[in-house]
Design a protein around this ligand. Structure first.
Ligand code: IMP
Length: 175
């Protein structure tokens, strides 16, 4: 697949993605059994993951979205900007942040402070993809679907220059 100046090859099929989301949902359902949860999806990248995950969540829950940005092209700018803040009341509630991918972990730190500021009962992170080699943060995500090497990918919500988000599969860059 070609997006702008870069070529990509198939990396994760739709079925692999959906199976791993099912496993993440099962773990969350077990861990929060009998509790109420507020899920906070991170736009734009996590919109597909959030939609598919929520279909398998059996808890009493709310979902809300925030929008942050740190990437430009194929690498992080090192600065995270908050574009849409949190509008849901999360005071004394269990919060699970939904990310498409945790890379350096910079976005995650920003999200933790955005959420923590509002005095929740607890905060955890669920991400579809996790690049452990690139991670520089303090707290790795508690829930993740698939660990991947430090390669740039697109599809299933993830973009290259805003393109490629609409793909059902995930593609890896050909270098
Ligand atoms: P971090 O702050 O470095 O952890 O990056 C997190 C954000 O960067 C994600 O929510 C994505 O939007 C974006 N990102 C990180 N890696 C990739 C990738 O391989 N492809 C597309 N976007 C990515």
């Amino acid at each position: 697949m070609q997006i702008q100046d870069k070529k990509f090859e198939l990396y994760l099929s739709e079925q692999e993605i959906l199976n791993s989301i099912e496993e993440v949902a099962e773990r969350i359902n077990t861990d929060y059994k009998g509790e109420e949860v507020v899920f906070v999806g991170v736009l734009n990248g996590a919109f597909m993951f959030a939609a598919d995950l929520m279909k398998s969540i059996k808890l009493t829950c709310e979902i809300s979205f925030v929008k942050v940005t740190s990437y430009k092209g194929t690498s992080s700018t090192g600065k995270v900007h908050e574009l849409i803040g949190l509008s849901t009341d999360i005071k004394d509630k269990h919060v699970v942040i939904l990310e498409d991918i945790v890379d350096t972990g910079l976005t995650l730190s920003k999200l933790y402070s955005m959420v923590d500021h509002n005095a929740p009962k607890s905060v955890e992170v669920a991400t579809l993809l996790y690049k452990p080699e690139a991670f520089k943060g303090k707290y790795p995500p508690k829930y993740y679907g698939i660990k991947i090497p430090n390669k740039f990918i697109v599809g299933y919500g993830l973009d290259y220059l805003e393109f490629g988000r609409n793909s059902r599969e995930i593609y890896k860059i050909i270098e």
